[in-house]
Structures are given as C-alpha cells and as structure tokens.
Unconditional design. Structure first.
Ligand SMILES: Cc1cc2nc3c(=O)[nH]c(=O)nc-3n(C[C@H](O)[C@H](O)[C@H](O)COP(=O)(O)OP(=O)(O)OC[C@H]3O[C@@H](n4cnc5c(N)ncnc54)[C@H](O)[C@@H]3O)c2cc1C
Length: 447
C-alpha cells in the first residue's frame, strides 16, 4: 500500500540518528521491533504511553514533528486545562450527541481517575473556582515533561521527525499462534525516511486537522483510506469564532455580553444548535464560549441568531419585542438608554444597535432576535479542534480497537468525538488513551 509521501518536516534520517536511537538495521533499512507502536506524541499518544508503561515497556511512540505535544503545549493558553472537576455524569452533554455512546468508557476512565492518577504519580493539580482543573505549575510544559519522563522511565521510546507512509500486515496470525518472542510480528509500519517499525499493536493518536502547524494535519488519512474497515464521518472545525457577512461591532473588541442565547439555523430555518453563555466581540467576528460551542454547526450561508438578553431573561422573544417596543414608544428616553437602564447592556453596544435599528420595533426585535448570515465557516483555519473523524460505529467503545483490525486502536481527536471547552477534549484524550492501554496490557498479560 502506498501512503502519503509528503514530509513537511525534512530532517534527514541518517545512520548516525539510527545509532543514537539504538535501532536495528535490516540492510540499509532501520527497523524498530516493539510490541506496541503509537503514531502521534500528542495528548492522547502520551496519555496512552504513560498508562501502558505501568505494566509493559515494549513501546515506541513516533511523531512527524520534532518533539512531543505541540498542540498540548498551547492548551489553556499554555496553562493546560486538563479536565473539569465534578460528577462525570455532567460530562456527557459536553460531548453533544456523542456523550451517550462514550458514556461507559468515560465512567470507567473518569475525570476523578485522571486527577487521582496524575496526582498520585507526581503531577500536582489545582481546581479553579469554575471547576477547571490545571497542573499546579499552571504550565503545559509541566504536563508534557511529566508524561514523557514517565514513559521513558518505564522503558518506552520516543522517535521524532518520522512520517508514516504505509501500514502492511506481515503475519496476521502470529499472536493467536501464541508467538510473543519478537520473532514474528503482525504489522509493519513504513516511514518516509525508510525506517520500519515491526509491531503487534498499533495505536493511532494522530489528532484532527486544525492547527496544522502543531502536526495535527490529517496526513494519516492518506494511509488509513486504504482500509475499508475504517469509515470517517465528515470533518469540520469546532471551537471556532463565527464570522458573518456583516459585522457592525468592529469597535467593540473585547466587550463581553453575558449571558446571551445564540442559535445556528440551516438554510431551511431549522435550529441546529442552541447555546447560552458569554458572547465576546473580538474585532472581526463573534467569539466567547457561547459562540465557540455553537461553531460546530456553522456553515457558510447558515444563520446565526442572537438573543442579547438571553433565553433566561426572555423566553418568548416575539411577544417580548412587541411589549418592549410599546414601552420604548411611550418612554422619552433614547432606545440605547432604555436598553442600558432596564437591561444593563453595554452602552457602546446599544448605540450601535440603535444606529442599525432606529425604530422601537426594529430595535426591540433585534435585541432578542438578531439574524446574521454566517461566512468563512467551511474551512479548518480558525477552529481549535476537529469535529468528525473515525466513525464510532467502527470502534469497540470499551477498548478503542478498530473492528475488523485486530490490534489496531484509534484514540483522541482522530475519533469522531468533540468536546466543549473546559478540559473536555483532554479528558477524552486521556479516557480513550487509558482504555486502549488497558486493553493491550490485558491481551499481553494473557500471552
Ligand atoms: C489553542 C488550543 C487550546 C486548547 N486548549 C485546550 C484545553 O485547555 N483543554 C482541553 O481539554 N483541550 C484543549 N484543546 C484541544 C486539545 O489540544 C486536543 O483535543 C488534544 O490535543 C487532542 O489530542 P490528540 O492526541 O488526539 O491530538 P494532538 O494533540 O493533535 O496530537 C496528534 C499528534 O500526532 C502527530 N501526527 C499526526 N499525523 C501523523 C503522522 N502521519 N505521522 C506521525 N505523527 C503524526 C502530530 O504531530 C501530533 O503530535 C486546545 C486546542 C488548541 C488548538
């Protein structure tokens, strides 16, 4: 099978670097032989390795970047919001429609397990008042260093600057024959440099396709597309700001309205998603948690509808607008002052709304039902995460093993699970990584 030969990170793979890594040579080709090969030294690959080496050391983690955790380093503004405190039950809606499907796995490899495990093994954590959990050092580097050190202490190997190009089956029956003597292996992984990895288990933790500069660039899809067993759901970006054809709030950069209720409607007017929370004007587009969480539904030409007073204050926008317009008509105040005194909205925002919607009826209607056409959504340029990926139907959701591909696992953002901001995506990287490690360790313990 031929995979993607593109190598964005051209660091030559020389005999010297083979020697430094202690690799065996097969003629001119360097070969690593390990029970388990992980593709991706991102959050999920590192969590997998950290859990796996507690019982076994026969592991190599390979990444095409020049070091581990490039995206993990950016998490939480460099402080790394690892997870959320509280009951794991409350996590399910944070993964939208996928929460139900991953429920069992989340309950087994929960936030509490993650926090207890990391703290017990030497990574102190702190929980902020809003429930977000960070390393006590408030540094992503502290998390990366902790995980890498634990993997290396446990005998795991990390190899960088290696782009996977192909996966081939060498001996599909070698494990069932009871072989565990490193003489025959199920899989051969080929890399652009010519390096080969022979292994019995493959763990794919290659991330999504946003923030490509971190290595999360979907190059793995060229390799995986050869396998009929692996189905992908359509990918789109998530946790992104929303751009609209008109953005009259350019002068409000940094202003927050909290709470608002926002909705995304498709071209037929069907509501695809609703969120209530803080809205941030960021100079060129709408942002803030409420918008980021809705962005997974956004497409060019769809409608963003904003209730600046929020559904918690105004449940029935159209009847509210009628009554409010009458009150505004009777009031001697300007529309902006009316909104500011009664509803405590920022004056700078109300002045713009008053200019755009000069009559009481227009003003009141748009305060609770401002409709704008979404643009710039059909790309992967601004999202923090990728929604979509390997279809959950292809996976055993207790172990993360791909159905019909013995010993091949998929974890983290590569899988069709996306979480809200607040530590839920790293929790998924942890939970799926731990599930795969547990499964492989349990198979190995029986050989
Ligand atoms: C700015 C930003 C802030 C964030 N903050 C948070 C936060 O605070 N809390 C939170 O929960 N989530 C946060 N996230 C999301 C979180 O970073 C991701 O969900 C998480 O990193 C996913 O882990 P992963 O291992 O699946 O993918 P990644 O971390 O992207 O790792 C994938 C790895 O695979 C490697 N790779 C890919 N293809 C190949 C290949 N073909 N061959 C070899 N290697 C390959 C990549 O180089 C990369 O190292 C944030 C994301 C961004 C962009």
């Amino acid at each position: 099978m031929v995979g993607n030969n593109k190598c964005a990170y051209k660091i030559p793979y020389t005999k010297n670097s083979n020697d430094a890594l202690g690799l065996a040579s097969k003629g001119s080709v360097s070969v690593i032989k390990k029970q388990v090969a992980v593709i991706g030294a991102g959050a999920s690959g590192l969590f997998f390795g950290y859990s796996f080496v507690k019982e076994n050391h026969d592991l190599v983690i390979i990444d095409h970047m020049n070091g581990p955790g490039k995206k993990l380093r950016l998490c939480g503004g460099g402080q790394c919001n690892l997870t959320h405190a509280g009951s794991i039950k409350d996590f399910l809606p944070m993964y939208y429609e996928k929460g139900k499907a991953i429920r069992k796995l989340l309950y087994k490899y929960s936030n509490q397990l993650m926090m207890d495990d990391l703290q017990k093994n030497g990574l102190p954590l702190v929980c902020r008042q809003d429930g977000k959990v960070f390393p006590k050092a408030m540094s992503s580097d502290a998390v990366i260093n902790f995980l890498v050190a634990a993997i290396q202490r446990g005998g795991g190997q990390l190899v960088y600057d290696q782009q996977l190009t192909d996966i081939t089956v060498m001996d599909s029956s070698c494990l069932s024959k009871g072989h565990n003597n490193n003489s025959s292996f199920r899989y051969c992984l080929s890399f652009q440099s010519g390096m080969e990895v022979h292994c019995n288990f493959i763990v794919l933790g290659c991330g999504g396709r946003t923030f490509t500069q971190t290595g999360s660039d979907a190059s793995i899809l060229n390799v995986l597309s050869m396998y009929n067993q692996i189905k992908f759901t359509k990918c789109r970006q998530g946790l992104a700001p929303i751009y609209t054809d008109q953005f009259p709030f350019k002068d409000l950069a940094g202003v927050v309205i909290d709470p608002v209720t926002c909705q995304v409607l498709d071209k037929e007017g069907r509501v695809l998603g609703t969120e209530t929370g803080p809205l941030l004007f960021n100079g060129r587009c709408f942002s803030g948690p409420c918008i980021l969480h809705l962005s997974r539904f956004a497409r060019d030409g769809y409608t963003l509808k904003i209730n600046y007073l929020s559904a918690t204050r105004v449940k029935d926008p159209s009847s509210w607008a009628k009554t409010a317009a009458m009150e505004m008509n009777q009031s001697k105040k300007s529309l902006a002052s009316f909104g500011q005194d009664k509803y405590k909205l920022p004056r700078s925002f109300l002045k713009i709304m008053e200019m755009l919607f000069p009559t009481p009826s227009q003003f009141a209607t748009n305060l609770v039902s401002h409709k704008l056409t979404i643009t710039n959504a059909n790309n992967f340029k601004t999202g923090m995460i990728t929604c979509g990926g390997i279809d959950l139907d292809c996976l055993n959701l207790n172990t993360m093993e791909i159905k019909g591909m013995d010993g091949v696992y998929a974890i983290g953002e590569l899988v069709d699970v996306d979480g809200k901001s607040g530590g839920y995506n790293l929790q998924w990287a942890f939970s799926s990584g731990f599930a795969a490690a547990n499964s492989i360790n349990s198979v190995l313990s029986k050989l």
